[in-house]
Design a protein around this ligand. Structure first.
Ligand code: MN
Ligand code: MN
Length: 361
């Protein structure tokens, strides 16, 4: 069954007359058409008993029509998009309407309300559930994205020097990936030296790479529509014993989680496996984020691997395992791999070693 047919059946079974998708990654997932409309509007309208409608900026119409086999309507910047949507949909009063809440800003909401004038119910859970279990074909693409992340990480390692800055290394990584045909990193590459790595969302800048310190790389690529996401923290010179101990504690936590993942455990139990290792050593307060997140066509998607999430893990789910320990002013470590749940375990997409690697500055 096609994904759109699946949505149509869902609408039928849930007495919904219309579904409105606006997240570009959901539209890509459902139709194969990929575009970022930026502040312009793109919507996929799905009805149980009628063919879908893809509505987008006029400049994208030609490429969309070459991709999808159902009606596509465009609007010019100077036109009123809401009137065109109204004229393009079947002429009926839709009474029960589902919409993706997560990507719905107020401009879009009010524009759509000017046509429909009905409350929307949230169909984010439907699309989340559809994306949750990856097919073999999707997993193969995620392995390819993982392979490129390994290559990108190696480029980073090859460019470590005390004479360069964080952003110098990022430039080398992204330059090399573009030369290999990767048009987009899946998020802004992070290279963080010393105390800058002690901030879980530190911002790379013109800091020179520190000697006898840890250096954190967090990167991923987008290829064939799928993303990768990996973090490694390595040693430059000879960091002191405390830094090495924190690294090894983080690795122990990472492995404790990876080793217990299999169908039947819950997301919360996986988080706890890693977190309890760090808590027992007294550093629990410095691991201040969830253990992981789903990924696929987007680098962050459902589910969260976190405390309190009773979601039961199933074969085909793909997510990250990324414990971190960030002690301000002292040390920051994160070790991240993404993988897919197999029949009896967890198979990671990236192969870069996880034991502490040493580099000369
Ligand atoms: Mn991640
Ligand atoms: Mn990451």
């Amino acid at each position: 069954m096609s994904k759109l047919q699946y949505v149509q059946d869902y609408l039928e079974n849930n007495q919904l007359e219309l579904a409105i998708f606006s997240d570009p990654s959901s539209i890509y997932y459902l139709t194969g058409y990929h575009a970022d409309p930026h502040e312009r509007h793109m919507f996929l309208f799905v009805m149980p008993d009628h063919e879908p409608l893809l509505f987008l900026p006029a400049l994208d119409v030609e490429r969309a029509r070459a991709t999808v086999s159902f009606p596509v309507t465009g609007y010019m910047d100077s036109e009123n998009p809401w009137k065109i949507i109204q004229a393009s949909l079947p002429n009926k009063a839709f009474k029960t309407i589902g919409a993706e809440f997560d990507n719905m800003n107020l401009t879009r909401y009010h524009g759509l309300q000017s046509i429909f004038n009905q409350p929307f119910s949230d169909i984010t859970p439907l699309i989340n559930t559809m994306k949750l279990i990856k097919s073999r074909d999707e997993i193969e693409k995620m392995f390819i994205a993982g392979e490129f992340a390994d290559k990108a990480m190696q480029v980073g390692f090859d460019n470590i020097s005390l004479n360069v800055t964080e952003t110098d290394i990022i430039a080398q990584i992204e330059f090399e990936m573009k030369k290999q045909g990767i048009s987009k990193m899946s998020f802004d590459t992070m290279v963080l030296t010393g105390n800058n790595a002690a901030n879980p969302h530190g911002i790379p800048a013109t800091n020179k790479i520190e000697n006898n310190a840890l250096l954190l790389f967090d990167l991923g690529v987008e290829t064939l529509g799928y993303t990768s996401d990996m973090t490694r923290t390595i040693a430059v010179g000879q960091p002191d014993q405390f830094k090495k101990d924190i690294y090894n504690l983080c690795l122990e936590a990472h492995m404790a989680a990876v080793e217990m993942i299999k169908p039947g455990v819950t997301a919360g139990e996986i988080d706890y496996a890693a977190r309890s290792v760090i808590e027992k050593s007294g550093y629990g307060e410095y691991f201040n984020h969830r253990l992981g997140h789903g990924l696929g066509m987007s680098v962050h998607e459902f589910p969260s691997i976190m405390e309190g999430n009773d979601l039961v893990i199933q074969e085909g789910m793909c997510f990250s395992v990324e414990p971190g320990i960030y002690i301000p002013g002292k040390v920051g470590v994160r070790i991240e791999d993404c993988g897919h749940v197999t029949e009896n375990g967890f198979n990671v997409f990236t192969k870069t070693p996880k034991e502490l690697l040493y580099f000369e500055g």
